[in-house]
Write a protein that binds this ligand. Structure first.
Ligand code: GLN
Ligand code: ZN
Length: 766
């Protein structure tokens, strides 16, 4: 019975690692304390998997921060600025690279493929001196062995490591990262030899970059790397693990042609064409690790359907050569359903977190070997059936309305320049109008009020009163500062983490459920708790109208209504897997549309619909970009296609790296877009410099809100001048990069004051 788990969450069922790390960083506990928490977590995970009957159990998938940074440590590829002097890399150097220290900032962090996990990007140049500087992989293997668990050590493969790196400063344009392959392979050989000596019989190389759009030179690097490793690997069973998408036929051909490799791990959940590839051509005598249990989601597996897929594959690859596996590491799902005390039994029966997925993998492996646990399979089938037929999942009216959207188009009746004219007549704004992105600082007092209301310690009346006072404060401040378009500050939204701009809406929409411990690692010790969209989405009643109209009643200036857009709600949630993502997105769009129209009716003339996560939902493969962008942008337009010309629709985006999708952004047809910009001036403005025509309002952020630094008036004026060089004066807005919720009032007041002063200074000159 062969079962395998690609990787497992590290944080622990109750985020034990997070708390241990943060207390160590704050110098409240010792390195020994941290080591103990980590060792206990690893031991319980290994024991749990071996207890469940898993045959191929991974080791070295634990990490104190990130598995790519672990590989950088293994290779001794520490950038010179961290002053590492050689030897085994310790916590100091490791965490300095991850988080920076008093004198040096952290290394860059970026998204791990299309997940919400972020890794530390290796910085490599021609001068790096590689050395074997972290024995973590071997240590973890031995640690498990001492506990009586034989594991498969997991390494990030050499080619993916290089493809995920960036060239060091100074050689950005000239350096070929793959040219380092001959330099890192010797370190891999040392690690492999030590693992062999320690008694390993299998080894897993994660090579997820194989699913990207690769050219022939990149594919060739895989062939070369494994040919070079072949003799060192001899005597070991070698698994190359890929995940997150289909392989192209060329990549698949490269994979199955690799020397010294005995097993291939494939994602059969996202890789919808992969089974066909295998059926057409699979090398005799090799193992297929079939990833049928979804590591990216929280849904229980449809065991009957997986079993039939597996049986069909078994016929192709041979009886003892098929291993049941997860589609990718379970890092991207929540940890353990047992700790969910607030979900009702029906919804719970539809779910499987990491711990439950381990059990599913094993049940499938047993069934394949003729030892089907009938009771387990039939309760799974019952749960699947209940999910299909539950009235909580299906809302016929919503289905019908969303269906009607497909294949059609939704645009506002008038073009953007005519709309801007109509809006200007109504709003009467100065040139270079000033605004902010939505949230204002979250004070201790405000957090207390919200916490006590959630815990039923204060009445709803008291809560509403406190929030109203807060809004009044924020409105008065903006009037004093002389900002043109105001916000209410988002005091009523919960603010603990980025996802809360989704949670706030999810809590008021039907079709959403919330976990108490469904945390997923985002980066380092940071976790997010995505809502679960389990059913058709609808809006039982208005969500923000009360707060926005209350805020508007406090001022004569325009008050922006503040909503999260459908694509962002979708991308920051666990989404149902029983219908295409775009269908769910259309449903959310319709709910937001109702809200937009209610805000308009309530007299709100400016409405901002944030799409902070639109860019990050872009599929991995270029061939799928157009389709995604089409329905994503369509969903956004659905939310506001019905408003009057005089109602001004804003949107906001947190990333500036969307030069490649600028035409889709224009196609969103918002009246005004505010975008993060100050950390990458040149990048964003270069699009316009290169001649892209932009006719709607645009507010590239004039200062960085991620830093406590207060920008001067001159500095902001200078930035605005740079923008004026490429953008028409009458479309430019002046605003910060993003919301102000993470800042303090001591920082926000002078910064906004300087921002308004800079705008006024320039107005007199234009
Ligand atoms: N309106 C939100 C805020 O200001 C936007 C946050 C975001 O883009 N992440 O907080
Ligand atoms: Zn933002």
């Amino acid at each position: 019975m062969a079962s395998h788990i690609v990787g497992y969450p590290r944080m622990g069922p109750k985020r034990e690692l997070k708390f241990a790390l943060e207390s160590f960083w704050d110098k409240k506990s010792s390195a020994e304390d941290l080591k103990k928490v980590a060792a206990d977590l690893r031991s319980s995970i290994w024991k749990q998997m071996s207890g469940a009957g898993i045959k191929y159990i991974p080791s070295n998938t634990f990490s104190y921060y990130d598995q790519v940074l672990d590989t950088t440590s293994m290779l001794g590829a520490v950038p010179p600025r961290y002053n590492w002097t050689g030897g085994e890399i310790g916590y100091d150097t490791y965490f300095s690279m991850a988080r920076g220290n008093a004198s040096v900032p952290a290394m860059e962090m970026t998204k791990w493929f299309d997940t919400n996990y972020h890794f530390i990007v290796p910085e490599l140049g021609p001068d790096v001196k590689f050395s074997y500087a972290s024995h973590k992989a071997v240590d973890e293997f031995k640690e498990a062995k001492a506990l009586g668990v034989d594991t498969v050590p997991v390494l990030i493969g050499p080619v993916s490591y290089l493809l995920l790196s960036k060239p060091a400063k100074g050689v950005e344009r000239t350096f070929s990262l793959l040219s380092l392959l001959p330099k890192i392979i010797p370190i891999y050989k040392e690690v492999i030899s030590e693992l062999k000596a320690a008694g390993a019989s299998w080894i897993q190389f994660d090579e997820p970059t194989l699913v990207l759009d690769l050219d022939s030179q990149q594919l060739q690097a895989f062939t070369a790397a494994y040919a070079d490793l072949e003799s060192t690997l001899s005597g070991l069973n070698v698994l190359i693990e890929t995940y997150f998408a289909d392989l192209t036929p060329e990549a698949y051909k490269t994979l199955i042609g690799l020397k010294g490799v005995t097993a291939y791990g494939l994602d059969l959940v996202r890789g919808t064409q992969t089974t066909d590839l295998v059926k057409k051509d699979f090398p005799k005598g090799k193992y297929l690790f079939a990833g049928v249990v979804d590591g990216r989601n929280i849904w229980a597996n449809d065991l009957a359907s997986s079993l039939s897929t597996l049986q069909a594959l078994e016929a192709v690859v041979g009886k003892d050569k098929l291993v049941v596996s997860t589609s990718c590491s379970l890092l991207h799902t929540a940890v353990d359903l047992v700790n969910e005390t607030k979900l009702d039994d029906e919804i719970k029966s539809w779910l499987a977190f990491a711990a439950q997925k381990v059990v599913e993998v094993n049940a499938l492996a047993k069934a394949l070997a003729g030892q089907k646990d009938e009771a387990f399979f039939s309760s799974n089938a019952a749960a699947q059936a209940s999910r299909k037929s539950s009235p909580r999942v299906t809302n016929a009216a919503v289905q019908k309305a969303a269906d009607a959207l497909k294949g059609s188009d939704h645009r506002r009746a008038t073009n953007v320049s005519a709309r801007l004219d109509a809006q200007q007549k109504k709003l009467n704004l100065p040139i270079l109008p000033t605004t902010t992105i939505g949230s204002f600082p979250q004070t201790v007092e405000l957090r207390r009020v919200r916490r006590e209301f959630k815990a039923n310690k204060i009445s709803e009346d008291d809560y509403v009163k406190a929030i109203k006072e807060e809004i009044k404060k924020v409105v008065n401040l903006q009037e004093e500062l002389d900002i043109d378009v105001l916000v209410h500050g988002e005091p009523e939204a919960s603010i603990l983490q980025r996802n809360d701009m989704v949670e706030y809406f999810g809590e008021q929409l039907s079709g959403f459920a919330f976990t108490v411990n469904g945390w997923v690692q985002s980066y380092g010790s940071r976790c997010v708790k995505p809502p679960i969209i389990y059913g058709d989405v609808s809006r039982p009643k208005a969500m923000t109208v009360f707060w926005s109209s209350t805020a508007q009643s406090m001022t004569k200036r325009p008050m922006k209504g503040m909503l999260t857009g459908p694509v962002t709600i979708l991308n920051w949630s666990f989404v149902r897997n029983d219908q295409p993502r775009f269908e769910t997105c259309y449903q959310i769009a319709l709910a937001i549309k109702d809200e937009v129209e209610d805000l308009e009716k309530a007299g709100i003339n400016v409405i901002q619909i944030d799409e902070a996560a639109l860019r990050e939902g872009l599929p991995l493969r270029k061939s799928e970009h157009a389709f995604y962008l089409k329905w994503a942008v369509h969903s956004f337009r659905i939310t506001n296609c019905g408003v009057k010309d005089t109602t001004q629709i804003h949107t906001h985006m947190c990333y500036s790296n969307f030069n490649d999708i600028i035409h889709s952004i224009i196609d969103m047809d918002a009246d005004v877009i505010t975008i993060e910009n100050s950390r990458s001036d040149e990048k964003l403005l270069s699009v316009f410099r290169e001649g892209v025509k932009y006719g709607a309002g645009i507010g590239p952020g004039v200062y960085d809100i991620h830093s406590p630094r207060i920008p001067s008036t001159e500095e902001i004026a200078d930035r605005i001048n740079k923008m004026l060089a490429v953008l028409e004066t009458n479309i430019l807005w002046v605003n910060p990069d993003c919301g102000l919720k993470t800042r303090k009032y001591e920082e926000v007041k002078p910064a906004l004051n300087n921002m308004v002063a800079a705008a006024k200074q320039l107005r007199t000159k234009l």
